[in-house]
Ligand binder design. Structure first.
Ligand SMILES: Cc1ncc(COP(=O)(O)O)c(C=O)c1O
Length: 445
């Protein structure tokens, strides 16, 4: 896959248009500062990645300019013949990669994709089940301050106290008692494999839609290192900018037919695929971002290359190596380790909050995010956890040996959180360490 350093960030674009610097020196200067920061620090945020030069080029292309409200072959604007081909290409590539019947590539991002799924499947006030935020779920899976928590009746399901993994037995009991219409399977801070078959069994027992949110793991699924949910779930949603290395955006995969049409949607003559499409446009969105869809098509083409499987395998190997190195240094990890691309440091018995450690790590050039952990007693704005992910460091070409060194950097900072000299020293070492790796999408130095 493309790990080359040649890119469009500060070079003339495909059409030889002038540098950004000549037009807007303020934005150009900010871009250069961001570029320098990303070159010299360790990007360990589990939801971030480095898109390739080709993906960035398509994102910044003239497809930005085209209005294309509607769907291929049925637009509300003229001049969309080429754009129709482009959107169909992205759809066909998604269907081929995931083996699904229907794909919608228009959601502006992961949260709008999830909102469209609610609108396609439920009515306001209906019951839905999801993993709560402190257990690793996403805001849109029924968190109180999110539309999903205000507009729908949320029934949280929990983790097993000992394993800190989804407790399918208790989930089944709750589902049988509450009879939700929708069950989410997926999360934003869950370091283990989702058992889609077990969840599908429970959903079927209570006539519930099962929706997988694969925002974090779509790249792992394409690479074959996490099971594919499409044959177990009614609908699947994803972002396109995390492990799959595409542009910022979202997509929805689904079956064509609704197995509960007669039960829940008898007055509606649209099938499931059509209801999803109509929920995205015209219910929630206007014109699709065709530049993003172009870049998604490029990312899917890259993900279809056999080298992407190697990349996905390396992400997981790196996460396991980082987890092992941190365990050996005495850190606690949620669930005791990882099966995917992320690990969550459990800092409940440490003196500082997750937020405070994340700030110290950032001063040392180690970019992470603080996160709640199961049983967290600290406020959500402080938390007792730090989430670490390996997609981005794997994209720059790092392997297991580098993960051991990264664990040593993290340990140095966390053992001396109040010593700015240590942070400054680690900051210099991290910059030297990063200098040996080319960052995809950034020009040659
Ligand atoms: C599991 C999950 N779903 C949905 C989203 C929402 O994506 P976005 O931030 O693009 O709206 C995220 C983002 O982190 C996520 O982790």
């Amino acid at each position: 896959m493309d790990n080359s350093a040649g890119g469009a960030i500060t070079q003339p674009d495909t059409y030889g248009r002038p540098h950004l610097a000549a037009v807007d020196c303020r934005v150009h200067e900010l871009l250069l500062r961001q570029e320098r920061q990303e070159r010299t620090t360790l990007k360990l945020i589990a939801s971030e990645n480095f898109a390739s030069s080709a993906v960035l080029e398509a994102t910044g292309s003239i497809f930005t300019n085209k209005y294309a409200e509607g769907y291929p072959g049925a637009r509300y604007y003229a001049g969309n013949e080429i754009v129709d081909e482009l959107e169909n290409l992205a759809i066909e590539r998604l269907k081929a990669l995931f083996g699904c019947e229907h794909a919608n590539v228009q959601p502006y991002s992961g949260s709008p994709a999830n909102q469209a799924i609610y609108r396609a499947l439920l009515s306001p006030g209906d019951k839905m089940m999801g993993l709560p935020l402190p257990s690793g779920g996403h805001l849109t899976h029924g968190w109180a301050v999110n539309f999903s928590g205000t507009d729908y009746q949320r029934i949280p399901y929990g983790l097993h106290e000992k394993t800190q993994q989804i407790d399918h037995d208790r989930l089944r009991e709750t589902a049988k008692r509450e009879r939700p219409k929708l069950i989410w399977v997926g999360g934003t801070a869950y370091p283990r494999i989702f058992d889609y078959a077990a969840m599908a069994e429970i959903a079927s027992e209570v006539n519930s839609y099962l929706v997988a949110d694969i925002a974090h793991i779509s790249g792992l699924i394409v690479a074959g290192v996490h099971p594919n949910p499409v044959h177990h779930c009614d609908v699947v949603s994803s972002t396109s900018h995390k492990s799959i290395r595409g542009p910022r955006g979202g997509f929805i995969l689904s079956r064509n037919e609704d197995r509960y049409q007669a039960l829940y949607h008898s007055k509606n003559n649209h099938n499931l695929a059509k209801r999803i499409d109509r929920a995205v446009f015209p219910l929630l969105q206007g014109g699709p971002h065709m530049n993003t869809i172009a870049a998604l098509a490029v990312a899917l083409h890259e993900a279809a290359n056999p080298s992407f499987r190697v990349y996905g395998q390396q992400i997981v190997k790196n996460a396991k190596a980082l987890a092992q190195a941190l365990l050996e240094r005495g850190y606690d990890l949620v669930t005791g380790g990882t099966d995917n691309h992320m690990l969550i440091l459990d800092l409940r018995d440490r003196p500082l909050s997750g937020k405070a450690y994340a700030e110290r790590l950032s001063q040392a050039g180690i970019i992470t995010n603080f996160n709640m952990v199961p049983g967290d007693w600290r406020h959500p704005a402080l938390t007792s956890g730090i989430r670490l992910g390996t997609p981005a460091v794997t994209s720059v070409g790092m392997g297991e040996a580098e993960m051991v060194q990264i664990a040593a950097f993290i340990d140095l900072v966390c053992r001396q959180p109040d010593d700015p000299d240590v942070h400054a020293c680690v900051r210099r070492d991290v910059a030297d360490f990063c200098a040996a790796f080319d960052v995809p999408g950034m020009p040659d130095r």
